[in-house]
Design a protein around this ligand. Structure first.
Ligand code: ADP
Length: 615
């Protein structure tokens, strides 16, 4: 896998095997080519995807780019840099499929008391991922599998799921689920995703249709009420009784109510229920009549000690909160970091409910799946690297800079990865563009990075049209220059490449229950610049805090004002430029930090064990 690298990189790197293979296939053609030519992209396209049209924000800076391509030589390998003029953007190339299933670690000691856990969730990475919820379900499930437990995930069969990402897909049960006075024909499919058995629930009505996980033209609240009942109904029909049903967020908050007040009186007796709250921003506001549609009597839950949304008391009509109902009716409630746990006990209208359920409320820090997020093997990267062999990271940075037109192509003949990029820190921000993420601070970071002579790439998608419009305007005014790229889309592939390319990762959230971006960024050698809140406060410690040198791994600010952000960015850029050796050791240090599920999955397993009943 390794190759000697000539030019400015004196050590060795791994060129991604697919890029080498493709380049090798093209060598004959290259013999007839000059150094600058209209070469095909780095990765092969057997069938150019239909969606290979440029995203709007990307095309904004492609217009004037030349179509010239430059080859670099690493050892005996030729390497084609991407260009903004490529017909197909580099992140939309065809990549080798990642079969993470074979990489579920097998060397982990198996627990002597296996538990059967079924997750019921609205998201699962990579097939139905919008944010961290999807990553967490997949990562935690794989971690528990590797400890010898039995794990299934139950997920809506969203129309947008790409079926080729599912192994061994088969219809296993045709059954009916009660909804709104009718029994709705429903299919359950079984398949395997990243090594995890998944049961897909497909109703015959309009629920879960559309091009995205969320935001289809059906009533979302009612669709998830349907899902909660459909999953329990399937367990009953199929005779499956797990030890633990693990529900997530408001979407599945009605399941504990349905379980204890309906299915326990039918045939399901064994399961106990865990709820994980990933973000307390959404409460699952629900009318009593809506809850009644899944077969419960909604009015029974309209009291302060059950599911009443306290904020609506005295309103007409009063409302329920599925999240609150889930807290009250679950056997254990987990949130995703110790600091967020403290924050939620002190503020917000759910604090009193959480306080009265304090004895079953735990803060367990999320982990990242270090097989899926591994720069040493990541198939999306042009070159692989790790803490002991970091050189490939420079190739990733230059690859992204070239592909997005952040370095001019003309000046680089014969210089594979020029030193000029070394002095230009590249900071990335990969996020849902919502208020929680500190939109004004992201905007300020763009301005400050430009002033400081650095480069910044924002990869984000805004569910709100007004926010999307504002960022489109920003993209229009910045994407033509040579320092800022604002890419308004969702791309898993590009996110991997950006983490690998980045010198720093910015997470300026107003609040952040856990945050995965800072952990993934660190694993890929990007030093975090974060606001001190929630899980960011549990995972990033300031470089200039002399009282905590041992933990120091990034740059932290506390205020939500622009000055506080500027101060952290200024310090990070100064460190990068003026203390190169120290910087290189921080990069190595952050790559070696273990933020994997190995550290925290055990706490979930302890929680499962503490509530399960033994039959
Ligand atoms: P949240 O769950 O609030 O969205 P997290 O930091 O916990 O935030 O997790 C976000 C996850 O979603 C990370 O894996 C991040 O890389 C990914 N992500 C966010 N926005 C995008 C995007 N536009 N394209 C690709 N991945 C994204």
């Amino acid at each position: 896998m390794e190759c000697a690298l000539v030019g400015n990189l004196s050590n060795t790197c791994f060129l991604n095997s697919i890029s080498r293979r493709v380049v090798r296939q093209r060598k004959t053609r290259m013999l007839y080519s000059s150094a600058n030519f209209n070469a095909p992209p780095l990765f092969a396209h057997s069938n150019p995807p239909k969606e290979a049209i440029f995203d709007r924000s990307f095309s904004m800076f492609c217009g004037s780019a030349t179509k010239q391509r430059t080859l670099a030589v690493f050892g005996s390998e030729e390497f084609v840099w991407p260009s903004p003029a490529d017909e197909i953007p580099f992140w939309k190339n065809t990549f080798p499929s990642r079969d993470a299933s074979i990489q579920v670690p097998t060397d982990i000691e198996k627990d002597s008391n296996p538990i059967h856990i079924i997750h019921v969730t609205a998201e699962m990475a990579p097939i139905a991922k919008v944010g961290g919820l999807g990553d967490v379900v997949t990562g935690l499930a794989r971690a528990c599998l590797s400890h010898g437990h039995a794990v299934d995930v139950m997920l809506p069969f969203y129309e947008c799921i790409e079926k080729q990402q599912i192994n061994d897909l088969a219809l296993i049960t045709e059954y009916n689920t009660f909804y709104d006075g009718n029994w709705v024909p429903t299919n359950a499919y079984r398949g395997v995703v990243s090594g995890i058995p998944v049961i897909f629930i497909e109703p015959s009505n309009e629920f879960f249709k559309g091009q995205n996980v969320y935001g289809g033209s059906y009533n979302e609240l009612e669709a998830y009420l349907f899902l909660s009942r459909a999953c329990l109904e399937w367990m009953q029909v199929a005779g499956v009784q797990p030890d633990i049903i693990h529900v997530h967020e408001w979407q599945t908050g009605a399941l504990p109510l349905l379980y204890w007040d309906m299915y326990q009186n039918l045939s399901l007796k064994k399961p106990r229920v865990v709820l994980t709250i990933h973000n307390m921003e959404h409460y699952g506001e629900c009318g009593k009549d809506q809850l009644s549609k899944c077969g419960l009597d909604g009015s029974i839950y309209a009291s302060v000690d059950k599911a009443m949304d306290d904020r609506t008391i005295g309103h007409n009509p009063e409302r329920l909160s599925l999240l609150k109902g889930g807290i009250v009716y679950s056997n254990a409630v987990v949130t995703v970091s110790p600091t967020y746990l403290k924050e939620t006990l002190c503020s917000g209208w759910l604090a009193s409910t959480l306080l009265s359920n304090r004895d079953k409320y735990f803060g367990i820090l999320n982990g990242i799946d270090t097989v899926i997020w591994d720069p040493a093997t990541d198939v999306f990267l042009p070159a692989n690297f790790h803490a002991q062999k970091p050189e490939g990271k420079k190739i990733c940075k230059y690859y992204v800079q070239r592909g997005l037109g952040l370095v001019s192509e003309g000046t680089l003949a014969g210089d594979p990865v020029p030193h000029i990029t070394d002095n230009v820190p590249l900071i990335v921000c990969i996020t849902r563009l919502v208020a929680q993420k500190g939109l004004h601070l992201i905007t300020q970071a763009i301005k400050r990075t430009e002033e400081l002579g650095g480069q910044m790439i924002v990869l984000g998608k805004a569910p709100d049209a007004r926010v999307q419009g504002e960022f489109e305007d920003l993209a229009n005014s910045h994407n033509q220059g040579s320092s800022i790229r604002i890419l308004l889309m969702y791309s898993e592939e590009l996110s991997h490449m950006l983490y690998a390319a980045a010198d720093m990762v910015l997470v300026p959230s107003i609040y952040e229950p856990c945050g995965l971006a800072q952990m993934i960024g660190m694993r890929y050698g990007a030093v975090p610049v974060v606001r001190k809140t929630g899980g960011l406060a549990d995972t990033v410690f300031d470089m200039d805090d002399s009282s905590n040198r041992e933990m120091a791994n990034g740059f932290v600010f506390e205020g939500i004002d622009e000055g506080s952000l500027n101060c952290a960015l200024d310090r990070a850029f100064r460190h990068y430029r003026e203390k190169t050796d120290e910087w290189n050791s921080i990069v190595q240090k952050v790559m070696e930090i273990d933020n994997s599920w190995n550290n925290t999955a055990g706490k979930y397993i302890e929680t499962y064990n503490s509530i399960r009943v033994r039959w």
